[in-house]
Design a protein around this ligand. Structure first.
Ligand code: PMP
Length: 377
């Protein structure tokens, strides 16, 4: 129950076992072609969007967004925590200007605040984080884009902790760049960043962009087009074996159905939150509309969160540390994404009940489990 890399399905791991497959093999080209096409569907994008699969992960995908920026462009970063702030850290390495709108920990920047900011200043790019992994807070992407779409050039959304587990609508919400990483809700090992770019975003890929070499999407765009069409193409080596795992993951997603997959995540998340609340613990996301399907931050009263993390491992459960500096030492995170099922919600709460009781939290054993069961039933 980590926030990523998540537990990987065995069929996916096995799909990566290839002894003799290079980037020029037809098998690999076909795997890329399928994956790029499926990525559009996963992102709620249509044929007008260009999909990309690049080496790295969430951060390489984020940094590749510099490909649409030119010297002197202004960027507005909408930050709900650590990964929102990462956009600023990235763009500070380039000759562009960056403003940041920051939410209090556990909250999200309100759509009206973003609207006000883009009315006061002309921005080339606004970045958002769909689910902020450091707090588990979800930004209402559609509400924001409705208000700002006509007032900014480009909108980019980090969907690293949402794509594959939350409703993602690149096209309907008119998002120009939606990105994710392989190791989160897609449930594949780390190693790839995945993005879709609107026509408007693709038209900004040019020699004048501030991007460097490896993560410059101008260098990748023809490779992606060729591979999708079934033609071999090379700029730099892709994570070949991982792409076969991605194909298997996408096949499993298709078998489950994307809507069912999102509902499964929602059900597990609801169960976990019910258990946490019934134990009298606070959830980092302050309001229900900020809750996500993928991450729940849990604030403990008496226990030391890092001791909790050690103790749950010895009981067969792995959770993630709290990483938001403003809440340091106060919370831990439960990841519930990828191949999680309702039984994982029950066992997570069962382990937490006994570990937290041992650590002095006022827990009545069984109450948390009962709350999860009632929610799931
Ligand atoms: N954005 C979000 C929302 C994330 O959760 C993460 C990783 N936890 C990243 C970006 C960075 O991804 P990576 O570690 O794969 O570079």
């Amino acid at each position: 129950m980590h926030v990523g890399p998540v537990t990987i399905d065995y069929d996916i791991l096995v799909a990566g076992l290839r002894g003799d497959t290079g980037f020029t093999s037809q098998e690999f080209i076909d795997a890329m072609s399928f994956s790029l096409k499926y990525l559009r569907k996963l992102m709620g994008a249509d044929e007008t969007y260009q999909p990309f699969i690049i080496p790295g992960g969430g951060t390489s995908a984020m940094e590749s967004v510099a490909s649409v920026l030119r010297r002197g462009d202004k960027v507005l970063v909408v930050s709900n925590g650590v990964f929102g702030d990462r956009w600023k850290a990235i763009f500070n390495r380039y000759s562009v200007a960056v403003d940041v709108l920051k939410a209090n920990p556990g909250e999200y920047v309100k759509p009206e605040e973003v609207e006000k900011a883009v009315e006061e200043e002309k921005y080339s790019l606004v970045t958002m984080t769909h689910v902020e992994t450091s707090t588990g807070v979800k930004e209402p992407i559609g509400e924001v884009t409705k208000r700002i779409r006509d007032k900014v050039d480009l909108i980019a959304v980090d969907g690293v902790s949402s794509v594959g587990a939350e409703t993602v609508k690149a096209k309907d919400n008119q998002v120009d760049i939606y990105l994710t990483a392989s190791q989160k809700a897609i449930g594949v090992p780390p190693g790839a960043g995945l993005l879709v770019l609107s026509e408007r975003a693709v038209s900004r890929l040019s020699e004048e962009s501030v991007a460097g070499y490896y993560l410059n999407l101008k260098n990748w765009v023809d490779v992606m087009r060729n591979l999708e069409e079934g033609k071999g193409s090379y700029f730099a080596t892709l994570p070949v074996h991982l792409i076969f795992m991605l194909v298997k993951a996408f096949e499993l997603m298709e078998r489950e159905g994307l809507e069912n997959r999102i509902k499964r995540h929602e059900r597990v998340a609801k169960g976990i939150r019910a258990g946490i609340e019934s134990m009298g613990l606070d959830i980092v996301a302050r309001k229900p509309e900020a809750y996500s399907n993928t991450v729940t931050g849990v604030i403990v009263k008496k226990a030391n969160p890092s001791e909790v993390l050690k103790a749950v491992v010895s009981e067969g459960l792995e959770l993630a540390p709290g990483v938001h500096p403003a809440l340091a030492g106060k919370y831990f995170r439960i990841g519930h994404m990828g191949w999680v099922n309702p039984n994982d919600a029950v066992t997570t709460i069962a382990v937490l009940e006994r570990v937290l009781k041992r650590m002095g939290e006022p827990i009545n054993l069984g109450e948390g489990v009962r709350a999860v069961q009632n929610t799931l039933a």
